[in-house]
Design a protein around this ligand. Structure first.
Ligand code: AVJ
Length: 318
């Protein structure tokens, strides 16, 4: 989910949505900044590093499921037509799906045009017969599918448990939105992370190497750079909390002592222990995951997991 629309250099224009989300988020009673802002250039690099950590199981588990069950996934989903990915796609997962489903068209939808162009070029090289029709758009908003796939069978692809970043109310809205974009008779393949023992969840989001901590704190560095802030980054520590009632891991940045700073000339005070909530990662049991899909307008028709049932790949139809 890299977000290259927001520049890394302070000389470039700042995304007004970033500015608004940060200032509003710091003023709110429950201080929170939406997780999408974690992914500037450095944040995307750090996330990439997270996916390779021993303690971060989701990426390799999902890839394992896709590899192991490729034939069954193709059989239940059907081959050919158009594969529409929400997000620019990962260098490993997308080729796996294309090899399994053999679509005639691949349509990645992402807000970062640069990212789309890079991945489109790579895929064309690897799959010579494949038509790649990227769409530069925020998939949570209005999306116009390319005319080239008119009348073709459509399969949506939303891997990585990215849906887990959305609170259930927004997640069901997004799933309904995907249904509107893809139309009747479409299918959707979606990755969901399963509920599992808390210590494993916490280790996945607070690794011994400190990469997730760096990923979280990078948000403060980004605010300082892009919004002329002077947040004392070293006085915030990373915390990954399991919220049992809501079934999610939360990332927070916790002030280790009372401190003050300014962002874009506005002053903010934190007492020791005050936090900024920076991400939710919802986890679902087998029933919960299917119920979420149903509530979002999709009927689950097949589900694949790894042998430890750490992660689920669900196929659903509109
Ligand atoms: C990219 C949203 C799937 O929630 O597991 C990883 C992001 N945050 N470590 C997740 C993330 C901290 C990740 N997603």
């Amino acid at each position: 989910m890299p977000d290259a629309t927001t520049p890394d250099s302070p000389t470039d224009a700042v995304d007004p949505a970033f500015r608004r989300d940060v200032l509003d988020g710091l003023k709110a009673r429950h201080r929170a900044i939406p997780a999408r802002w974690l992914y500037d250039r450095r944040g995307s690099e750090l996330f990439d590093e997270i996916t390779r950590l021993d303690s971060y199981y989701p990426t390799r588990t999902e890839t394992g499921i896709m590899t192991r069950h490729a034939a069954a996934i193709a059989e239940k989903t059907g081959t050919g037509g158009a594969l529409i990915e929400f997000g620019a796609g990962s260098v490993t997962k997308t080729p796996l799906m294309i090899r399994a489903l053999k679509p005639d068209h691949y349509v990645p939808i992402d807000i970062s045009g640069d990212y789309l162009r890079d991945s489109a070029e790579k895929l064309k090289g690897d799959f010579p017969g494949l038509a790649v029709d990227p769409v530069e758009a925020d998939f949570t908003g209005h999306v116009e599918l390319p005319a080239e796939i008119e009348g073709l069978k459509r399969t949506g692809f939303f891997p990585g448990s990215t849906i887990g970043n959305f609170v259930p109310r927004s997640a069901t809205d997004l799933l309904r939105h995907f249904r509107d974009i893809l139309g009747d008779h479409a299918k959707l393949i979606i990755g969901l992370d399963r509920i599992k023992p808390i210590d494993r969840l916490r280790r996945a989001y607070d690794d011994a190497e400190g990469v997730t901590a760096a990923f979280n704190r990078n948000l403060l560095t980004r605010i300082n750079r892009e919004l002329e802030g002077n947040i004392p980054v070293e006085l915030f520590r990373h915390e990954a909390r399991w919220n049992e009632m809501l079934g999610r891991i939360e990332m927070h940045l916790v002030a280790t002592r009372a401190l003050d700073f300014t962002v874009e000339g506005e002053a903010f005070h934190f007492d020791e222990g005050d936090t900024i909530h920076t991400e939710n990662s919802h986890k679902y049991g087998p029933r919960g995951g299917r119920t979420l899909l149903l509530a979002g307008g999709w009927t689950p028709i097949a589900e694949w997991t790894d042998e430890d049932e750490d992660f689920a790949l669900i196929l659903a139809e509109a």
